[in-house]
Design a protein around this ligand. Structure first.
Ligand SMILES: [Ca+2]
Ligand SMILES: [Ca+2]
Ligand SMILES: [Ca+2]
Ligand SMILES: [Ca+2]
Length: 191
């Protein structure tokens, strides 16, 4: 079993390194900035994250490499008095949002089933719908994504308000911006 796992790992590494060799030519000064597989992650960033520059979804979890990197670097941040910042679903004393160590994305590791923001939807569902996988309430109307009939439109709240004016809104990528629908515009292109 151990031998089999080593062989599988070696194959994955060989495939990845093979792609890397094809995507990054030491004699070509411009290939680092290219995005050969169209996953919104440049070849150089693919190298830095250990992903395959010729495979848009290295860990085969349905989430493009660039999507995972984007949300790993740009997760929704909530002020301390916010309802979601106080949310501790596993009751381990570490709040889910902002600080829980499980609240990570790694494009080289399969994690589509992680409930990063504990809103009841797995990350792949959030990707398909366009909600923010790091924000339990993408549109900021206080209705949790999975309970919100229109999770990208701030038209509902627990109190019947429709302006999404909830105390202490998130900063960063998620709240009210439906970032997932536009994530490709946010992924680093500076390399
Ligand atoms: Ca790429
Ligand atoms: Ca992936
Ligand atoms: Ca969400
Ligand atoms: Ca909502």
């Amino acid at each position: 079993m151990r031998k089999l796992m080593v062989m599988v790992l070696a194959c994955v590494m060989a495939t990845s390194l093979g792609g890397l060799a094809l995507a990054l030519d030491p004699l070509n000064p411009s290939d680092a900035k290219r995005d050969d597989d169209g996953d919104q992650l440049s070849n150089l960033l693919e190298y830095m994250y250990g992903t395959d520059p010729l495979n848009e979804d290295t860990d085969a979890d349905g989430l493009p490499d660039g999507y995972e990197v984007n949300y790993d670097q740009n997760r929704a941040i909530f002020p301390a008095n916010n309802e979601w910042a106080r949310f501790d679903s596993d009751d381990d004393g570490v709040n889910d949002v902002n600080v829980d160590p499980n609240y990570r994305f790694d494009p080289a590791l399969k994690n589509a089933h992680d409930l990063a923001d504990q809103d009841g939807w797995d990350t792949y569902t959030e990707y398909m719908i366009g909600t923010d996988p790091t924000n339990p309430d993408t549109d900021g109307d206080t209705l949790r994504d999975d309970l919100d009939p229109r999770p990208l439109i701030p038209d509902g709240s627990h109190s019947g308000q429709d302006d999404g004016s909830f105390e202490g809104q998130a900063q960063g990528t998620g709240m009210g911006t439906a970032l997932s629908a536009h994530w490709d515009a946010f992924v680093l292109r500076g390399f």
